[in-house]
Design a protein around this ligand. Structure first.
Ligand code: NAD
Length: 367
């Protein structure tokens, strides 16, 4: 059985005789002088906690600071992760992180609509930025973030953890090797039942939208890495069964279709009103690949027309953060990009999906 423990044992054995290899195929620890990425997390909520726990197992990244508006959370995190007082900030004073050499990068894990201003402030403070998905709430704001990071000379990476997931990467490797023939069709199903209506995800001013911004984005992004191309058009239809819960601007369910330059089409579902929807399916003229579950925290399972995919089960955020250290310090090129430009493409598609829902028109994309 593939378990995390088995995988770690396997890796430890292998590491005894070989340099540790990450899932981008590049050595994780190239030499003993490789720099450790020293990270401050901004936003100490549920995903921030998950990232912090996962980072305990990182080889090249370390949690060394926090930015939070809640003093009691700072005290808790300081004790839990051994964070010194000098690396603790709040939302008023975090620009002074500029003069703190102990921190290389800030990981922004706050509600979606706040990412724009926070990322730009971090960039101006001269630190590299990792930002959660969706990077912003529309493509225009996303582009401003990319431009600000470029102007400040810092890297902007986005928390696309599936881009480092071994089953996903194996399918991409097989597709590139021609194992499925010409890609013709992708189906992406992304959804869950939104329980708590009081959270920020259900406030458009903080979320920027409904299910599409939160979970549908996985099918948007997944269609691109599974097919290996960027779409050239999109159509979309919205269904709202509960308009009291899903008020104006909060999409409940959207089906969307995309066309790709090589002739492939995608058909996807994004919803906050159905469970058990976490599946990707890629069909080619000579085979197929399936991920089911495809983007949850795991274990991810994959199969193709050739049989089950035998790949390690990993903690996504651990491999993501180690790989991001390599991207930031060594200019490593991941198999699928995780930079701000990549995120702007997804935001352009989401903008077009919303426009298509409103107008009923087919929207051309120029990514
Ligand atoms: P959460 O509600 O659990 O945490 C959000 C944090 O932001 C809280 O600590 C909250 O106090 C803080 N915050 C700061 N300013 C705030 C404000 N004005 N209003 C409300 N909260 C404020 O949310 P989460 O699930 O941790 O999501 C945070 C981000 O991470 C989102 O962008 C989300 O899309 C992303 N996320 C990504 C993944 C993934 O798998 N990559 C999973 C979950 C969430």
């Amino acid at each position: 059985m593939k378990t995390r423990r088995n995988f770690i044992q396997q890796v430890s054995l292998t590491a005894a005789c070989l340099p540790l290899i990450n899932f981008m195929g590049t050595p994780l620890i190239k030499n003993h002088n490789d720099k450790i990425l020293r990270v401050a997390i901004m936003g100490l909520g549920s995903y921030g906690k998950r990232v912090a726990e996962a980072m305990k197992d990182c080889k090249r990244a370390k949690l060394v600071g926090v930015i939070s508006g809640t003093p009691s959370k700072i005290i808790d995190w300081k004790n839990r992760y051994n964070i010194p007082d000098k690396n603790c900030y709040n939302y008023e004073n975090f620009d002074t992180i500029k003069s703190n050499p102990d921190i290389n990068a800030v990981y922004v894990i706050t509600p979606n609509a706040l990412h724009h201003d926070e990322v730009i402030r971090v960039a101006k403070a001269g630190k590299h930025v990792i930002c959660e998905k969706p990077m912003s709430i529309n493509a225009k704001l996303g582009q401003e973030m990319v431009d600000a990071c470029k102007a400040a000379g810092v890297k902007l990476l986005v928390g696309y953890r599936m881009h480092f997931e071994p089953h996903t990467l194996e399918i991409i490797r097989m597709r590139n090797a021609g194992a499925f023939g010409k890609a013709l069709f992708f189906q992406g199903l992304s959804g869950f039942i939104m329980g708590d209506s009081n959270q920020w995800r259900m406030k458009k001013e903080l979320s920027g939208g409904g299910a599409m911004m939160d979970i549908g984005i996985y099918s948007v992004n997944g269609s691109r890495y599974m097919i290996g191309e960027d779409p050239v058009w999109v159509t979309a239809q919205e269904t709202k069964n509960n308009s009291q819960k899903f008020t104006d601007g909060l999409d409940e369910t959207i089906q969307f279709q995309m066309g790709f330059p090589g002739g492939a089409v995608a058909s996807c579902l994004s919803t906050y009103s159905m469970d058990n929807l976490d599946r990707f399916f890629l069909d080619g003229d000579n085979g197929f690949a399936e991920l089911n579950p495809s983007t949850g925290y795991g274990p991810i399972e994959g199969k193709t027309n050739k049989g089950p995919i035998d790949a390690p089960v990993v903690t996504h955020q651990t491999v993501q953060m180690d790989a991001m250290a390599g991207i930031i310090f060594n200019n490593d090129k991941p198999v699928v990009a995780v930079n701000g430009e990549e995120a702007v493409k997804d935001l352009k598609i989401i903008d077009a999906i919303y426009e298509a829902c409103k107008t009923g028109k087919k929207i051309d994309l120029n990514l």
